[in-house]
Design a protein around this ligand. Structure first.
Ligand SMILES: [Zn+2]
Length: 301
């Protein structure tokens, strides 16, 4: 569990009432009033502040483009507010891994937009599929918006080991993402010729992992040639997930209400007392006609 910090986001006064109606974790700054031309609202996020600048540098050296969760939330919420997204008219949908560490990113956005619709499964693939997307779209408020966040995750330890992370209450510094690493090990066996393709997709007791291992197959040589296989792994998974996400969104784009924002990237999990990070790779705005009208990614860099 990570501790709370206050995040200050400046927004237009027109959205003040909507924010005040939220879940009790957003309140008007005592130094401002809702009748002023602009106001500042405190947004509580559960991510800790960055206090370890050496570790911050270590993360950003290994994952250039990564930004701390608190900064990510600030930028995303501010940008989307300008487009009309408010806590009361926006449904948050996520596709991130089942691992409890992947909840941190969700929690930071749930603090703003409320409880999410879960589209994801192991490794972050959107296993809820077309049916899940259709149900989610129907739950977007009338004339409202959807923010979808998707991506794999990867751990980094305090000493910079990628693919592992310290976990609260567990002495063992464990794999992260375990599903992705299991799939990577399966793929390594095939690439090196010591194993045969056997995705076990028909096994319902473990069909998500079977699907991850099937979906990662095209990336065997990319991972084999990578300078750091554990660093490359989430990016390969992201590229695979993009194919699924695009297919699902294209199939369901007729059900978009006012607008859809898609934030995709790599979630970077760290030890319990340090902030998590996110490397944004996609931040698209799609209008009510299902047309991509703006690439907002440059605003996150
Ligand atoms: Zn995972």
């Amino acid at each position: 569990m990570k501790f709370a910090t206050a995040l200050l986001v400046a927004i237009a006064a027109s959205a003040a009432e909507a924010f005040q109606a939220n879940r009790g974790i957003i309140g008007t700054s005592p130094t401002t009033t809702s009748t002023s031309s602009s106001t500042q609202l405190f947004i509580e996020t559960s991510s800790p502040p960055i206090v370890d600048t050496a570790f911050d540098k270590l993360v950003k050296t290994n994952f250039p483009g990564a930004i701390a969760n608190k900064e990510l939330v600030s930028r995303v919420v501010g940008l989307l507010e300008l487009k009309g997204f408010t806590p009361s008219n926006t449904l948050l949908a996520t596709s991130v891994c089942a691992d409890e560490l992947a909840r941190q990113l969700e929690d930071d956005f749930i603090d703003v937009y409320g409880t999410n619709f879960n589209l994801g499964g192991l490794s972050g693939f959107p296993f809820a599929g077309n049916t899940g997307w259709g149900a989610m779209s129907a739950h977007v408020p009338d004339n409202g918006y959807c923010l979808t966040i998707h991506g794999p995750h990867v751990g980094i330890t305090k000493d910079g080991t990628i693919g592992k992370v310290e976990r609260s209450g567990i002495a063992l510094v464990d794999s992260c993402c375990g599903s992705a690493i299991a799939a990577s090990n399966y793929l390594r066996g095939i690439t090196e010729g010591s194993a045969n393709i056997n995705p076990r997709i028909q096994s319902f007791s473990d069909f998500q992992q079977g699907a991850v291992q099937e979906l990662i197959l095209p990336f065997g040589m990319r991972l084999a040639r990578a300078e750091n296989r554990m660093r490359e792994l989430p990016y390969a998974l992201y590229d695979s997930q993009e194919v699924m996400v695009n297919d699902i969104v294209n199939t369901g784009k007729g059900s978009i209400k006012k607008g859809l924002a898609i934030l995709g990237g790599i979630q970077i999990n760290t030890a319990p007392d340090t902030s998590d990070y996110f490397h944004p790779l996609r931040f698209d705005y799609i209008n009510e006609n299902g047309e991509l009208v703006e690439n907002m990614l440059p605003y996150l860099r």
